[in-house]
Write a protein that binds this ligand. Structure first.
Ligand code: ATP
Length: 371
């Protein structure tokens, strides 16, 4: 839910499938001395689309964003913005202020000596003063900040300061917005609200957006598509659904949350482990596989000690809000013991030592070659 009542939020625009990209990164590589920080990355952002660069610390997200912005000198590859090549080896690089883009960073970087309105007007050079003022006020209105136009930035909350930074970046109506961890300095409650507000305003602006985050939940909230990176490369590029439900390798599945892991063999076209049994299509009979099981795939049923499927018991149950997390002691085929997790909807808090039977939802179980 947007936190500001003044914004005229119409239908959220979907990215225009066949439109020309507002940003094309082609075969970008970048070194810092011996370190290959970005390794042959290609990526398009369409008008109206939000693309998130996601990945662990140091995987090259910010470097890629800075190359798109022109804040870093391109070494290899090509950057095209709005159909115009702005950086390629052997030709002068177009500076950031001539790229028709808006920038927003973790620190709002507002001018402390300028009032909010003047901060936003600063981004609107080349217009008559009255027109700059009109546009800046309109943008502040869209972000629910009109009443703060005459305040100085230090009188605003962190979330409001970030919205002013967004207003300043969006006021010149750029074709592309580049956001680097824009919410990470905010506390959890303010972060949720500010990113919700930001998403609505970005979608209504029609600009394409490339945003850096290390938070998978934030990427899923914001993105039409996510580019998950590791060691300077894109491991998987797709919709949040594709990455969460069809991870191409264990790294992707693990990045979106803790998983139960088992190494086992395929028998009769299935994998069978202490959590249950699911089909393993496409794997050779007898081949060794690594099975990643999301906790929400493990459904728990309370049973008696003597139930034929009882091979596990509850160690401890914790309410996490919308879900309950059950720490389980699971017994393997040979009676070996290991620990696993189940995530059940709502309040479901069986006591310690409660015997349980487990069942697997195959759609949240991912099977990969063990090697
Ligand atoms: P984080 O989320 O921690 O910001 P990131 O994914 O954005 O990480 P980058 O900031 O792009 O990663 O850095 C990629 C790698 O390049 C890291 O190993 C980093 O230490 C290194 N690096 C980044 N900038 C420079 C620089 N100016 N000089 C030397 N090394 C750098």
């Amino acid at each position: 839910m947007a936190s500001f009542p003044h914004t005229a939020v119409t239908a959220i625009r979907e990215p225009e499938d066949r439109a020309q990209p507002v940003l094309s990164l082609r075969h970008i590589s970048h070194r810092f001395d011996d370190l290959l920080a970005v390794d042959d990355v290609s990526l398009d952002v369409l008008p109206g689309e939000v693309v998130c660069l996601l990945g662990p610390s140091g995987c090259g997200k910010s470097t890629l964003l800075r190359l798109a912005a022109g804040l870093e000198v391109l070494q290899s590859g090509e950057v095209e913005l709005g159909g115009r090549v702005v950086a390629a080896p052997g030709r002068p690089q177009v500076p950031p202020e001539k790229r028709n883009l808006g920038l927003m960073f973790q620190d709002s970087a507002l001018f402390p000596h300028l009032k909010v309105l003047d901060n936003v007007m600063f981004g609107l050079s080349g217009l008559a003063p009255a027109e700059r003022r009109r546009r800046a006020l309109a943008m502040l209105g869209k972000l629910g900040l009109a009443t703060h136009a005459d305040s100085y930035p230090h009188l605003l909350s962190g979330g409001q300061q970030q919205r002013v930074a967004l207003a300043r970046a969006l006021a010149p109506a750029p074709g592309l917005m580049l956001l680097d961890e824009p919410f990470s300095a905010l506390d959890a409650r303010l972060r949720e609200q500010t990113r919700d507000d930001t998403l609505h305003v970005l979608k209504n602006s029609g600009a394409g957006t490339l945003m850096v985050t290390h938070d998978p939940e934030e990427a899923m909230f914001m993105a039409d598509r996510i580019a998950l990176m590791r060691d300077g490369r894109i491991v998987q590029l797709g919709t949040p659904y594709e990455l969460y439900c069809h991870p191409v390798e264990p790294f992707v599945a693990r990045f979106f949350g803790e998983v139960n892991e088992v190494v086992t063999q395929v028998q009769d076209g299935h994998i069978t482990c202490a959590f249950g049994s699911v089909p393993a299509p496409g794997f050779e009979e007898g081949s060794e596989v690594r099975v990643l099981i999301r906790p929400e795939a493990v459904s728990v049923r309370l049973v008696g000690e003597t139930h034929p499927h009882q091979r596990s018991h509850v160690v401890v149950s914790r309410l996490l809000g919308r879900t309950s997390l059950l720490h389980l002691c699971v017994h393997g085929e040979q009676g070996e013991e290991f620990h696993g997790h189940s995530r059940m909807p709502g309040v479901f808090l069986p006591p310690p030592d409660q015997p349980v039977a487990l069942e697997l939802d195959p759609s949240q179980v991912f099977i990969y070659p063990a090697s």
